[in-house]
Design a binder for this molecule. Structure first.
Ligand SMILES: Cc1cc2nc3c(=O)[nH]c(=O)nc-3n(C[C@H](O)[C@H](O)[C@H](O)COP(=O)(O)OP(=O)(O)OC[C@H]3O[C@@H](n4cnc5c(N)ncnc54)[C@H](O)[C@@H]3O)c2cc1C
Length: 309
């Protein structure tokens, strides 16, 4: 991993930076490319404009580890408020949540109950997705996901191609017929548990995509979402799917707001399912640093805004 990526990922964990950086306009200006705003209204307005181009939306209210049940309850109430707005004629969107925001660190049963509450209030046919956080949470996330699905089948989970274990996890999740969003993985994991070289991560991503689109997955009823902006991988997966006779509407691509916008609409126009994860909220600094770390050009983008008026 490059030094700049390591520095940015460390910065994403700094409490001081999280509290102070948003006061600086150059951080705010740069983050606007990746976040439509801090309020749910701004996120829903972005969802509406995506819907007009045939692109679906998944909303995430930014925030990470919370420390008490009252904070978890506040997160649930926030999302219920968003679902009420959707129910009252807002653009139809899915949600994606982090279990560290729902209490996984201090009460797994409470976290499960919150998950079920949210899933049972989703619009018809829409999923509640669970983000996958650092490897310290993988087992607990899969456990809570499996228990929640016994009560609500409209819950999906994210799998990270950079972890060695994901091949086995994906196989188990396929067996369950789970909705699965495949991503490369955004955390700083050691080489004992994660592929240290990007080409290996990309290769594993391709291999896991094939598993998610296999006849076995189709028979089990898996909804496979390919979460990447990597156009080479997307073309490779589409070419493979064509060679296997896989229908276009079984291929769903998910991207992040503000990244590869033209590709998002192109895929929708060509008949693939295309959706965008929209992050919003005041707690955006750690998330924004992780996005910076993903691409060296983003650091130049940040630097240019530093000098822009
Ligand atoms: C819908 C969705 C949900 C996600 N959920 C999770 C999750 O729950 N857990 C988790 O660990 N990770 C999650 N991620 C992040 C993911 O793990 C990767 O870190 C991120 O998607 C970048 O990898 P990539 O697949 O786009 O490929 P890369 O090889 O990193 O990028 C390919 C190309 O995409 C473009 N690109 C990628 N990232 C950026 C960026 N930040 N800014 C500008 N251009 C960029 C560039 O052109 C780059 O060359 C999610 C990603 C998506 C799209």
């Amino acid at each position: 991993m490059s030094l700049s990526r390591r520095v940015l990922l460390e910065a994403s964990k700094s409490r001081w930076l999280r509290e102070h950086a948003p006061r600086y306009s150059f951080f705010r200006r740069t983050s606007e490319r990746f976040l439509p705003g801090e309020s749910p209204e701004q996120a829903l307005a972005a969802a509406q404009s995506l819907a007009e181009s045939g692109v679906g939306a998944i909303l995430t209210h930014l925030g990470e580890n919370i420390t008490d049940p009252a904070q978890a309850e506040a997160v649930v109430q926030h999302y219920l408020g968003v679902l009420d707005r959707i129910g009252a004629g807002g653009p139809v969107a899915e949600l994606s949540v982090k279990l560290t925001q729902l209490g996984i660190d201090f009460d797994r049963d409470l976290c499960l109950a919150h998950l079920v509450t949210l899933a049972s209030r989703m619009p018809p046919g829409k999923l509640l997705w669970i983000d996958m956080e650092s490897a310290a949470y993988t087992d607990a996330t899969i456990e809570i996901f499996s228990r929640a699905r016994e009560q609500c089948p409209n819950i999906g989970i994210c799998a990270q191609a950079y972890l060695y274990r994901t091949e086995q996890d994906v196989s188990r999740l396929i067996e369950m017929g789970a909705p699965i969003r495949l991503v490369k993985g955004a955390y700083n994991e050691p080489s004992e548990i994660a592929f240290p070289w990007k080409p290996d991560v990309d290769e594993n991503f391709f291999f896991l995509s094939q598993a998610l689109l296999s006849p076995r997955a189709q028979r089990a009823g898996v909804r496979a979402a390919i979460g990447t902006h990597d156009r080479t991988l997307i073309s490779r997966i589409i070419a493979w799917a064509v060679s296997q006779g896989i229908a276009k509407d079984r291929l769903e691509f998910q991207m992040l707001y503000g990244i590869q916008r033209a590709e998002q609409t192109r895929l929708a126009r060509e008949g693939y399912r295309s959706a965008v994860l929209i992050n919003y909220g005041t707690y955006w600094f750690p998330w924004f640093m992780r996005r910076m770390a993903e691409r060296p050009a983003n650091v130049m983008f940040l630097a240019r805004n530093l000098f822009a008026r």
